[in-house]
Design a protein around this ligand. Structure first.
Ligand code: AMP
Length: 243
Protein backbone atom coordinates (compact mmCIF):
# COMPACT_ATOMS: atom_id res chain seq x y z
CA UNK A 1 0.00 0.00 0.00
CA UNK A 2 2.96 2.21 0.82
CA UNK A 3 4.07 2.37 -2.81
CA UNK A 4 0.52 3.17 -3.97
CA UNK A 5 0.38 6.18 -1.64
CA UNK A 6 3.81 7.36 -2.84
CA UNK A 7 2.55 6.95 -6.37
CA UNK A 8 -0.63 8.96 -5.80
CA UNK A 9 1.32 11.69 -4.03
CA UNK A 10 3.79 11.81 -6.91
CA UNK A 11 1.01 12.07 -9.51
CA UNK A 12 -0.63 14.88 -7.51
CA UNK A 13 2.68 16.74 -7.23
CA UNK A 14 3.26 16.53 -10.97
CA UNK A 15 -0.31 17.69 -11.63
CA UNK A 16 0.18 20.71 -9.32
CA UNK A 17 3.12 22.09 -11.23
CA UNK A 18 2.44 20.87 -14.75
CA UNK A 19 -1.17 19.84 -15.39
CA UNK A 20 -0.48 19.07 -19.07
CA UNK A 21 2.07 16.38 -18.20
CA UNK A 22 0.51 12.97 -17.83
CA UNK A 23 2.01 10.65 -15.19
CA UNK A 24 4.25 7.86 -16.38
CA UNK A 25 2.67 4.49 -15.94
CA UNK A 26 4.45 1.15 -15.99
CA UNK A 27 1.62 -1.36 -15.66
CA UNK A 28 2.06 -5.11 -15.38
CA UNK A 29 -0.91 -7.45 -15.79
CA UNK A 30 -0.12 -10.67 -13.96
CA UNK A 31 -2.30 -13.76 -13.84
CA UNK A 32 -2.87 -17.21 -15.31
CA UNK A 33 -3.60 -17.80 -18.99
CA UNK A 34 -7.29 -17.19 -19.69
CA UNK A 35 -7.70 -14.66 -16.85
CA UNK A 36 -8.61 -11.85 -19.26
CA UNK A 37 -5.32 -9.93 -19.19
CA UNK A 38 -5.17 -9.50 -22.97
CA UNK A 39 -8.81 -8.43 -23.32
CA UNK A 40 -8.48 -5.84 -20.56
CA UNK A 41 -5.02 -4.70 -21.68
CA UNK A 42 -6.33 -3.90 -25.17
CA UNK A 43 -9.24 -1.87 -23.78
CA UNK A 44 -7.30 0.10 -21.21
CA UNK A 45 -4.37 0.70 -23.58
CA UNK A 46 -6.78 2.39 -25.99
CA UNK A 47 -8.36 4.40 -23.18
CA UNK A 48 -5.08 5.60 -21.64
CA UNK A 49 -3.12 5.90 -24.89
CA UNK A 50 -0.42 3.52 -23.71
CA UNK A 51 1.20 0.76 -25.79
CA UNK A 52 0.00 -2.77 -25.05
CA UNK A 53 3.05 -5.02 -24.84
CA UNK A 54 2.10 -8.69 -25.07
CA UNK A 55 5.14 -10.95 -25.24
CA UNK A 56 2.83 -13.74 -26.49
CA UNK A 57 1.75 -11.53 -29.44
CA UNK A 58 5.38 -10.57 -30.14
CA UNK A 59 6.45 -14.22 -30.15
CA UNK A 60 3.49 -15.28 -32.33
CA UNK A 61 4.43 -12.53 -34.78
CA UNK A 62 8.01 -13.86 -34.93
CA UNK A 63 6.68 -17.39 -35.40
CA UNK A 64 4.35 -16.27 -38.24
CA UNK A 65 7.17 -14.40 -39.98
CA UNK A 66 9.50 -17.39 -39.59
CA UNK A 67 12.33 -15.37 -38.00
CA UNK A 68 15.18 -17.20 -36.24
CA UNK A 69 13.62 -16.28 -32.90
CA UNK A 70 10.20 -17.43 -34.10
CA UNK A 71 11.53 -20.80 -35.29
CA UNK A 72 13.01 -21.36 -31.85
CA UNK A 73 9.92 -20.21 -29.95
CA UNK A 74 7.19 -21.92 -31.98
CA UNK A 75 7.65 -25.55 -30.82
CA UNK A 76 7.90 -24.43 -27.19
CA UNK A 77 4.73 -22.35 -27.46
CA UNK A 78 2.85 -25.18 -29.19
CA UNK A 79 3.60 -27.42 -26.22
CA UNK A 80 2.60 -24.81 -23.65
CA UNK A 81 6.12 -24.29 -22.23
CA UNK A 82 7.95 -21.04 -21.56
CA UNK A 83 10.35 -19.54 -24.09
CA UNK A 84 13.87 -19.07 -22.58
CA UNK A 85 14.36 -15.91 -20.52
CA UNK A 86 17.27 -14.54 -22.62
CA UNK A 87 15.11 -14.55 -25.76
CA UNK A 88 12.14 -12.85 -24.13
CA UNK A 89 14.31 -10.33 -22.27
CA UNK A 90 16.16 -9.29 -25.43
CA UNK A 91 12.84 -8.73 -27.18
CA UNK A 92 11.42 -6.73 -24.27
CA UNK A 93 14.52 -4.53 -23.80
CA UNK A 94 14.41 -3.59 -27.48
CA UNK A 95 10.67 -2.81 -27.28
CA UNK A 96 11.04 -0.62 -24.18
CA UNK A 97 13.73 1.45 -25.89
CA UNK A 98 11.20 2.74 -28.45
CA UNK A 99 9.83 6.28 -27.95
CA UNK A 100 6.18 5.21 -27.55
CA UNK A 101 7.05 3.59 -24.20
CA UNK A 102 8.47 6.78 -22.66
CA UNK A 103 5.28 7.69 -20.79
CA UNK A 104 4.34 4.17 -19.78
CA UNK A 105 3.09 0.86 -21.13
CA UNK A 106 1.06 -2.19 -20.23
CA UNK A 107 2.79 -5.55 -20.00
CA UNK A 108 0.52 -8.51 -20.60
CA UNK A 109 2.13 -11.94 -20.09
CA UNK A 110 5.47 -10.54 -18.99
CA UNK A 111 7.30 -11.12 -16.70
CA UNK A 112 6.62 -14.84 -16.31
CA UNK A 113 9.65 -15.99 -14.29
CA UNK A 114 11.66 -14.59 -11.39
CA UNK A 115 14.73 -13.81 -13.55
CA UNK A 116 12.45 -11.90 -15.97
CA UNK A 117 10.97 -9.91 -13.08
CA UNK A 118 14.40 -9.08 -11.66
CA UNK A 119 15.70 -7.95 -15.03
CA UNK A 120 12.59 -5.87 -15.59
CA UNK A 121 13.14 -4.15 -12.22
CA UNK A 122 16.60 -3.16 -13.43
CA UNK A 123 15.28 -1.85 -16.75
CA UNK A 124 12.55 0.16 -15.02
CA UNK A 125 14.98 1.69 -12.51
CA UNK A 126 17.47 2.61 -15.24
CA UNK A 127 14.76 4.14 -17.44
CA UNK A 128 12.27 6.92 -16.68
CA UNK A 129 9.57 4.64 -15.19
CA UNK A 130 10.48 3.72 -11.60
CA UNK A 131 8.28 1.24 -9.73
CA UNK A 132 5.54 -0.57 -11.66
CA UNK A 133 1.91 -1.05 -10.66
CA UNK A 134 1.17 -4.77 -10.85
CA UNK A 135 -2.45 -5.86 -11.31
CA UNK A 136 -2.98 -9.49 -10.30
CA UNK A 137 -5.98 -11.04 -12.09
CA UNK A 138 -7.68 -13.52 -9.75
CA UNK A 139 -9.95 -16.05 -11.53
CA UNK A 140 -11.20 -19.54 -10.52
CA UNK A 141 -9.45 -22.47 -12.24
CA UNK A 142 -12.59 -23.83 -13.97
CA UNK A 143 -13.36 -20.39 -15.47
CA UNK A 144 -9.84 -20.26 -16.95
CA UNK A 145 -10.35 -23.43 -19.00
CA UNK A 146 -13.77 -22.27 -20.23
CA UNK A 147 -12.32 -18.92 -21.27
CA UNK A 148 -9.38 -20.46 -23.12
CA UNK A 149 -11.39 -23.07 -25.01
CA UNK A 150 -13.96 -20.39 -25.99
CA UNK A 151 -11.42 -17.74 -26.99
CA UNK A 152 -11.37 -16.56 -30.61
CA UNK A 153 -9.04 -13.85 -31.93
CA UNK A 154 -9.45 -11.58 -34.95
CA UNK A 155 -6.92 -12.49 -37.62
CA UNK A 156 -6.63 -8.81 -38.64
CA UNK A 157 -6.68 -6.58 -35.54
CA UNK A 158 -6.22 -9.13 -32.74
CA UNK A 159 -9.56 -8.26 -31.04
CA UNK A 160 -10.46 -11.00 -28.55
CA UNK A 161 -13.92 -12.68 -28.23
CA UNK A 162 -15.31 -15.63 -26.33
CA UNK A 163 -17.93 -17.83 -27.97
CA UNK A 164 -19.50 -18.54 -24.54
CA UNK A 165 -19.42 -15.19 -22.76
CA UNK A 166 -18.56 -12.48 -25.27
CA UNK A 167 -19.56 -13.64 -28.77
CA UNK A 168 -19.18 -11.43 -31.87
CA UNK A 169 -22.38 -10.01 -33.46
CA UNK A 170 -21.84 -12.20 -36.54
CA UNK A 171 -20.47 -15.70 -35.84
CA UNK A 172 -16.83 -16.07 -36.88
CA UNK A 173 -16.35 -12.37 -37.80
CA UNK A 174 -14.81 -9.49 -35.87
CA UNK A 175 -17.23 -6.67 -34.91
CA UNK A 176 -14.51 -4.05 -35.48
CA UNK A 177 -13.03 -4.91 -38.89
CA UNK A 178 -14.90 -8.02 -40.09
CA UNK A 179 -11.72 -10.12 -39.87
CA UNK A 180 -11.97 -13.90 -39.57
CA UNK A 181 -11.96 -15.12 -35.96
CA UNK A 182 -9.48 -17.91 -35.32
CA UNK A 183 -8.68 -20.21 -32.41
CA UNK A 184 -5.12 -20.10 -31.09
CA UNK A 185 -3.31 -23.40 -31.63
CA UNK A 186 -2.30 -23.45 -27.94
CA UNK A 187 -5.92 -23.10 -26.74
CA UNK A 188 -6.41 -26.89 -27.05
CA UNK A 189 -7.14 -28.85 -23.83
CA UNK A 190 -3.83 -30.79 -23.72
CA UNK A 191 -1.76 -27.60 -24.22
CA UNK A 192 -3.94 -25.64 -21.78
CA UNK A 193 -2.97 -28.12 -19.04
CA UNK A 194 0.74 -27.48 -19.71
CA UNK A 195 0.27 -23.71 -19.77
CA UNK A 196 -1.54 -23.77 -16.43
CA UNK A 197 1.25 -25.95 -14.98
CA UNK A 198 3.88 -23.51 -16.26
CA UNK A 199 1.96 -20.69 -14.60
CA UNK A 200 1.72 -22.51 -11.26
CA UNK A 201 5.39 -23.53 -11.27
CA UNK A 202 7.17 -20.50 -12.71
CA UNK A 203 4.89 -17.44 -12.75
CA UNK A 204 2.74 -17.68 -9.61
CA UNK A 205 5.75 -16.98 -7.31
CA UNK A 206 5.80 -13.47 -8.83
CA UNK A 207 2.59 -12.68 -6.92
CA UNK A 208 4.56 -12.86 -3.64
CA UNK A 209 7.57 -11.16 -5.22
CA UNK A 210 5.56 -8.06 -6.15
CA UNK A 211 3.30 -8.18 -3.09
CA UNK A 212 6.35 -8.00 -0.84
CA UNK A 213 7.46 -4.88 -2.75
CA UNK A 214 4.07 -3.27 -2.01
CA UNK A 215 3.26 -2.70 -5.68
CA UNK A 216 0.61 -5.39 -6.30
CA UNK A 217 -3.18 -5.03 -6.32
CA UNK A 218 -5.56 -8.02 -6.57
CA UNK A 219 -8.25 -7.66 -9.23
CA UNK A 220 -11.26 -10.01 -8.94
CA UNK A 221 -11.37 -11.06 -12.60
CA UNK A 222 -14.35 -13.45 -12.59
CA UNK A 223 -17.07 -10.89 -13.41
CA UNK A 224 -18.09 -9.89 -16.95
CA UNK A 225 -15.68 -7.91 -19.14
CA UNK A 226 -17.40 -4.53 -18.59
CA UNK A 227 -17.51 -4.85 -14.80
CA UNK A 228 -13.87 -5.95 -14.58
CA UNK A 229 -12.87 -3.05 -16.89
CA UNK A 230 -14.51 -0.50 -14.57
CA UNK A 231 -12.78 -1.88 -11.46
CA UNK A 232 -9.46 -2.05 -13.29
CA UNK A 233 -9.68 1.54 -14.51
CA UNK A 234 -10.37 2.76 -10.99
CA UNK A 235 -7.36 0.79 -9.70
CA UNK A 236 -5.05 2.20 -12.34
CA UNK A 237 -6.26 5.77 -11.87
CA UNK A 238 -6.10 5.74 -8.06
CA UNK A 239 -3.28 3.23 -7.54
CA UNK A 240 -5.49 1.51 -4.93
CA UNK A 241 -8.12 -1.22 -4.73
CA UNK A 242 -11.71 0.11 -4.94
CA UNK A 243 -13.40 0.36 -1.53
P1 AMP B 1 0.31 -15.66 -24.09
O1 AMP B 1 -0.21 -15.09 -25.37
O2 AMP B 1 0.74 -14.61 -23.11
O3 AMP B 1 -0.63 -16.67 -23.49
O4 AMP B 1 1.66 -16.46 -24.47
C1 AMP B 1 1.63 -17.54 -25.38
C2 AMP B 1 2.90 -18.36 -25.21
O5 AMP B 1 4.05 -17.54 -25.54
C3 AMP B 1 3.18 -18.87 -23.81
O6 AMP B 1 2.48 -20.08 -23.53
C4 AMP B 1 4.69 -19.04 -23.85
O7 AMP B 1 5.04 -20.21 -24.57
C5 AMP B 1 5.15 -17.86 -24.68
N1 AMP B 1 5.43 -16.67 -23.84
C6 AMP B 1 4.74 -15.50 -23.82
N2 AMP B 1 5.28 -14.63 -22.96
C7 AMP B 1 6.33 -15.27 -22.39
C8 AMP B 1 7.28 -14.90 -21.41
N3 AMP B 1 7.23 -13.70 -20.80
N4 AMP B 1 8.24 -15.81 -21.07
C9 AMP B 1 8.29 -17.02 -21.67
N5 AMP B 1 7.42 -17.44 -22.60
C10 AMP B 1 6.44 -16.57 -22.97
Amino acid sequence: MMASCERTACVAAVADVAPAVSPRRALIFLGPPGAGKGTQAKRIARKLGLPHLSTGDMLRDHADRGTELGLLARPIMEQGGLVPDEIVLGMVAERLSRPDCANGFIFDGFPRTLPQAQKLDELLQRGPWGKPLVVHFVVEAEDLVRRMTGRRTCSIGGEIYNIHDQPPKVAGRCDVDGGELIQRSDDRPEVIRERLAAYDGKTKPLVDYYRSQGVLLDLPGGANVEAVALTLLEMVETGASPA
